[in-house]
Write a protein that binds this ligand. Structure first.
Ligand SMILES: NC(=O)c1ccc[n+]([C@@H]2O[C@H](COP(=O)([O-])OP(=O)(O)OC[C@H]3O[C@@H](n4cnc5c(N)ncnc54)[C@H](OP(=O)(O)O)[C@@H]3O)[C@@H](O)[C@H]2O)c1
Length: 292
């Protein structure tokens, strides 16, 4: 297990670093913005256990430190931590500089930053849409742009974490469908435009992921509105069963390793999505049935 290392890339000048030695340069590196909590933390553990040098990024150093402690205790793994707000272009550039200085290479970027929403479309405000686009789309765009030169050098891989809400437009999800559909389109455009650079870009779109606070996480958004109570449930009350986070993290690792373009979890939903796109009336009926 290597040393736990912290640095702050967002607000202070980076301290001078000696260039990475050969053993550091030989180890593949994975950068995980949003790796200090939730799915991102499980992805970090999975890549560390698969032999990657892992760097996790978040806005809170305390949260990053807690994450490193969990990695150490629960997975006998470690990670480098970098603080930055990935919706800020300068922070993304500083993170890229820090990764280059510390590791000398980048092989995989897994964009795990994103936030869901609850609400009726009739009550959705422009301000909320902007917030959700910033978190779910802009953070990924800016991070990918900043890391692209290193990923081109390694002929590496980007995996963006989407959602079923980026494939279908279920009820009660506020502005989340809008934001995740934008991410789906952005990911495909990146894949096509960066193909000739040797960079793979994949999208993993999971349904609701099992977690301790599932069901209570969005209660503050559903209490005072005309939304049905079930809207606070995972997926806005979908009948799709919560997926184990480890299953999603393993799919992310496989997506990067096998350069898969598009992964949907659970997999059987791909057929329903394809059928729904080809036959929209049936698609609406299926969606109402799966979310009633
Ligand atoms: N949870 C689910 O059921 C589910 C289902 C399908 C898809 N997804 C997708 O999976 C991804 C992870 O979701 P999650 O619920 O596991 O996330 P989460 O628990 O809310 O964790 C979000 C992580 O991102 C960091 N973060 C947030 N904004 C940031 C910013 N601007 N700059 C840098 N770091 C930032 C957070 O740390 P700080 O707050 O310290 O910055 C934290 O590490 C998201 O894209 C989500 O849409 C989730």
């Amino acid at each position: 297990m290597s040393d736990i290392t912290n640095s702050n890339a967002s607000t202070t000048e980076l301290p001078p670093q000696s260039p990475p030695d050969q053993s550091t340069r030989d180890q593949p590196t994975a950068l995980i913005p949003g790796g200090s909590a939730g799915l991102g933390l499980v992805v970090a553990a999975t890549f560390a256990q698969a032999g990657y040098r892992v760097i996790i990024v978040g806005r809170s150093q305390d949260r990053l430190d807690d994450a490193v402690e969990q990695l150490r205790q629960q997975h006998n793994a470690t990670a480098i931590t970098l603080v930055g707000d990935m919706t800020n272009r300068d922070d993304c550039q500083q993170i890229a500089q820090a990764v280059g200085q510390r590791c000398g290479r980048l092989d995989v970027l897994v964009n795990c930053i994103g936030v869901s929403d609850r609400g009726l479309v009739g009550e959705l405000t422009a301000a909320r849409v902007h917030e959700l686009i910033d978190q779910n789309v802009v953070a990924t765009l800016l991070c990918c742009q900043a890391m692209l030169p290193m990923l081109e050098s390694s002929r590496g891989s980007i995996v963006n974490i989407g959602s079923l809400a980026g494939k279908v437009g279920a009820r009660y999800l506020g502005g989340y469908n809008t934001a995740k559909h934008a991410l789906t389109g952005l990911t495909q455009q990146m894949r096509l435009e960066w193909r000739d650079k040797g960079v793979h870009v994949g999208l993993v779109s999971p349904g609701p992921i099992r977690r301790d606070d599932a069901g209570t996480r969005y209660q503050h958004q559903t209490g005072n509105s005309a939304l049905p109570g079930k809207a606070s449930q995972p997926g806005g009350g979908t009948k799709v069963k919560g997926i184990e986070p480890q299953r999603v993290a393993t799919a992310v690792l496989n997506c990067a390793r096998n350069r898969k373009p598009d992964v949907i979890l659970p997999g059987y939903l791909r057929l329903l999505i394809v059928v729904g796109n080809a036959l929209p009336r049936l698609g609406d009926w299926l969606l109402l049935k799966f979310t009633s």
